[in-house]
Design a protein around this ligand. Structure first.
Ligand code: ATR
Length: 262
């Protein structure tokens, strides 16, 4: 999607993949900076460790504890951003999802992706934020961090039907950030009877484009959104950080969809 954007705008830039071993990350980042690379995306397994090589952190990265975008600035410093949070919010807005301000939301999962999503929801004014996770201790820990560091009312609960059912009736948005339901993995165990409008349901998974959770939600009349928008927008925000140019979002989305469904 980045190369499609560069081509569309006539920019003589290129986006290329580099496999980097964990123990060589520092060398790789110093090397990229030395040869005048403008920026990189970092992904598994480097999202947390890349923070060590950053001089300045973007607004959400500190809370999330991970970066996905590095920008080598003209003064020689390295800026680290996590564009997943802003990408998630941009996708919700683009889909004209109802505002979460002052509203209860439920996030399924408490891993790295959940951290980006709760940071975004906190920024959008959602409150309280309920985190439901298979390992309930991780949900409780993330809820405590939200409260202590961002001053957001939050609660961790087990990802069990009775517990989720007890909170869902007052909830405007349910977001799945677990990997359950991804292609090649078993679906999320979730009773579809719990899903009913006006609840809106978002799954940040983009392969498959419609998870069982989303299919069940749509069948019951809920508004639904998959992870394609978040993926496009996190990239578009990185594009803008690097180039300073407004990203051609539709061109990026088209390239991404072509790559996902060749
Ligand atoms: P990511 O960075 O993608 O969030 P992660 O940090 O490994 O990856 O987190 C994966 C999340 O998916 C966790 O919340 C995990 O629950 P646990 O903390 O209990 O491991 C959740 N998850 C993975 N498979 C799951 C399943 N089959 N059912 C429910 N939750 C699942």
């Amino acid at each position: 999607m980045h190369n499609a954007a560069f081509r569309a705008l006539g920019l003589n830039w290129v986006y290329v993949p580099f496999p980097v071993r964990a123990e060589r990350l520092g060398d790789a980042i110093r090397g990229f900076r030395a040869i005048g690379v403008r920026g990189v995306n970092v992904t598994v397994p480097h999202k947390r460790s890349a923070m060590e090589w950053v001089d300045l952190l973007g607004p959400e990265a500190e809370f999330i504890g991970a970066v996905n975008t590095l920008t080598f600035q003209s003064d020689g410093t390295v800026r680290g951003d996590n564009t997943d949070a802003r990408g998630f919010l941009a996708a919700l807005q683009e889909a004209e999802f109802p505002s979460v301000e002052g509203q209860q939301v439920v996030v399924l999962g408490a891993g790295g992706a959940a951290r980006a999503v709760v940071a975004a929801l906190a920024q959008a004014g959602a409150q309280p934020i309920v985190i439901a996770n298979r390992t309930v201790e991780k949900a409780e820990q993330l809820a405590e961090e939200l409260q202590a560091r961002l001053g957001i009312k939050a609660m961790g609960i087990p990802l069990l039907e009775a517990a989720v059912q007890a909170v869902l009736h007052e909830t405007v948005l349910l977001v799945n950030t677990t990997s359950a339901g991804m292609e090649g993995k078993p679906p999320l165990e979730f009773n579809p009877e719990l899903l009913r409008p006006p609840l809106a349901v978002c799954d940040i998974i983009y392969t498959p484009p419609e998870t069982e959770l989303l299919r069940a939600a749509a069948a019951r009349g809920c508004r639904t959104l998959n992870g394609v928008g978040m993926l496009v927008h996190q990239g578009a925000i990185a594009f803008e950080l690097w180039t300073g140019i407004a990203p051609p979002v539709e061109i990026m989305r088209e390239a991404l969809l072509n790559a996902l469904n060749p």
